[in-house]
Ligand binder design. Structure first.
Ligand SMILES: [Zn+2]
Length: 139
């Protein structure tokens, strides 16, 4: 996982403070939120997967999508990439046209990266979900 810029960390901490959520969030939580905010400012549409109410609350205020952890059991931070299915040139979301500038094919979108995010989770229900997943990962 790449580390977020200080600017976005500060914004996240500020927001968490103003929402009264800062005391329940770990550094990892804060970094994840800051990184999502940073990606969003770059034109990506990051999604945070979490069951943590504070994380969801802050994501909401940042207008960042989140998926409840219970549906997947793991934390992902997805970064979307747009690409041309014909010549495979990659474009970021700031690229205005929907058409490849090289060959004129309509662009498609796919998740570029799925960073698994290690997270300290206090809720036991979620903890057991995570354990199940770790086991099924080890083949
Ligand atoms: Zn192309």
């Amino acid at each position: 996982m790449r580390s977020p810029l200080k600017e976005y960390k500060m914004k996240t901490i500020e927001l968490a403070n103003s929402l009264g959520d800062s005391h329940v969030l770990s550094h990892t939580d804060m970094d994840l939120l800051a990184l999502a905010l940073e990606l969003k400012s770059e034109g990506w549409r990051p999604k945070i997967v979490t069951d943590d109410y504070s994380m969801q609350n802050i994501s909401n205020h940042m207008k960042i999508d989140f998926i409840p952890l219970a549906t997947l059991g793991i934390n992902y931070l997805v970064k979307w990439i747009r690409y041309c299915p014909a010549c495979y040139k990659k474009y970021n979301n700031n690229f205005k046209s929907k058409i490849c500038s090289i060959c004129g094919t309509k662009l498609k979108r796919k998740p570029e990266k799925k960073n698994r995010v290690k997270k300290v989770i206090k809720k036991r229900r979620v903890k057991s979900l995570l354990k199940k997943n770790e086991k099924s990962d080890q083949k």
